[in-house]
Design a protein around this ligand. Structure first.
Ligand SMILES: O=C(O)CCC(=O)C(=O)O
Ligand SMILES: [Fe+2]
Length: 350
């Protein structure tokens, strides 16, 4: 572990109404440096109200404290092919090992008559929420559903802004990604709880989340004040782990496999992990995955600087070569999800 820190990028001058091209280029330039060096950066000045984040945080804490059988009313096995719902501690395998976390899987809320749901596209559909506001009230989580949907909408909008900055940082038109991939992005959102709870004897659990890269384009993460996220950077050809501690008022952003593929490895999808929580308090985090449309074919961007040693599969956690993959983002994602949730493969006919 080094003392090195991840860059903090202020989006204020990018977002403000009267921002000049020069203002926007300065921010994009910071993003370019951060993406090449780390594939990870914090953002501040993003315009999302702290009150919304705090409200989601408090409601989520009450949710995770509910009895297991109540949380299991939302169990992922009932989420069908939309891949939504609650999974209990140890229910997800990253790098073939159970993670010491529980979580609620969510995404863009699509009703049954939405064309993508009618087409039976996996990962598209309704979220699993409690049956009514009255029931939420009884459980002490009044407004959980509406707060989650409000948060997803706000952070999705932020995703569009960050992708615009990333496009400019690559010397592309600001709408490069939105016109090709994210006009209708695939948005998956998770609320995780990493309990500070001893691991039962005999269970081989090492991490809150094992080492992995994210599958899509951009992850935007809000985390509470506990910490534990670690990021693997390359320094002179060596892997070094850097802490990504909580910084109030910021989100942590990172590049996923699809942007690595599109940029020919210029912007790397950086491995990361979360250490076991031994703080004595629960750690809650909120990753939102802002990803290409499920049906889009993800192709390399023309005329970017060439990267030596583009193929990093020998050091990657999953030994995958993202540059060799051809197909839609949906195909890539389904293959990955089948590995971390093997039980869902049969249930949902993914
Ligand atoms: O909880 C965190 O801090 C990170 C979670 C993460 O890496 C993921 O869900 O992909
Ligand atoms: Fe991740």
């Amino acid at each position: 572990m080094t003392e090195e820190t991840l860059p903090i990028i202020d989006l204020k001058d990018f977002i403000k109404k009267d921002s000049s091209q020069a203002d926007r280029n300065l921010v994009a330039n910071d993003i370019s440096v951060a993406c090449k060096e780390h594939g990870f950066f914090y953002i501040k000045g993003h315009g999302i109200e702290q009150e919304l984040i705090d409200r989601l945080d408090s409601l989520s804490r009450v949710f995770f404290k509910l009895p297991q059988e109540v949380k299991m009313e939302l169990k992922m096995e009932s989420g069908g092919r939309a891949w939504r719902g609650f999974f209990p501690l140890g229910g997800e395998l990253t790098s073939n090992m159970p993670d010491w976390k529980e979580g609620l899987y969510l995404g863009t809320e699509l009703q049954d008559d939405h064309p993508d749901v009618q087409k039976e596209l996996p990962m598209h559909g309704k979220n699993l929420f409690f049956s009514s506001e009255q029931r939420e009230k009884e459980l002490g989580i009044e407004g959980f559903r509406s707060t989650i949907l409000q948060y997803i909408e706000a952070v999705t909008n932020l995703g569009h802004v960050v992708m615009e900055a990333i496009a400019i940082s690559l010397g592309l038109a600001p709408d490069y990604f939105s016109s090709k991939y994210t006009k209708d992005p695939l948005i998956l959102f998770r609320i995780f709880n990493y309990p500070s709870q001893p691991i039962p004897e005999g269970l081989d659990v090492q991490w809150g989340v094992g080492e992995h890269t994210d599958y899509g384009m951009l992850t935007i993460l809000s985390q509470d004040d506990i910490g534990g996220l670690q990021v693997c950077s390359q320094k002179n050809g060596q892997r070094v782990w850097i802490q990504a501690p909580p910084i109030k008022g910021t989100f942590v952003c990172n590049i996923g496999d699809m942007l690595d593929r599109m940029t020919g490895g210029l912007y790397r999808s950086t491995p990361h992990r979360v250490k076991l929580n031994t703080s004595g308090r629960d750690r809650i985090s909120f990753p939102l995955f802002f990803d290409p449309n499920f049906c889009s074919f993800v192709k390399p961007i023309d005329n970017l600087p060439k990267v030596e040693n583009q193929d990093d599969s020998n050091t990657r956690w999953d030994h995958a070569n993202v540059h060799m993959f051809t197909g839609t983002y949906g195909e890539y994602l389904l293959n990955k999800v089948g590995k971390v949730f093997p039980q869902l493969k049969t249930i949902n006919q993914f």
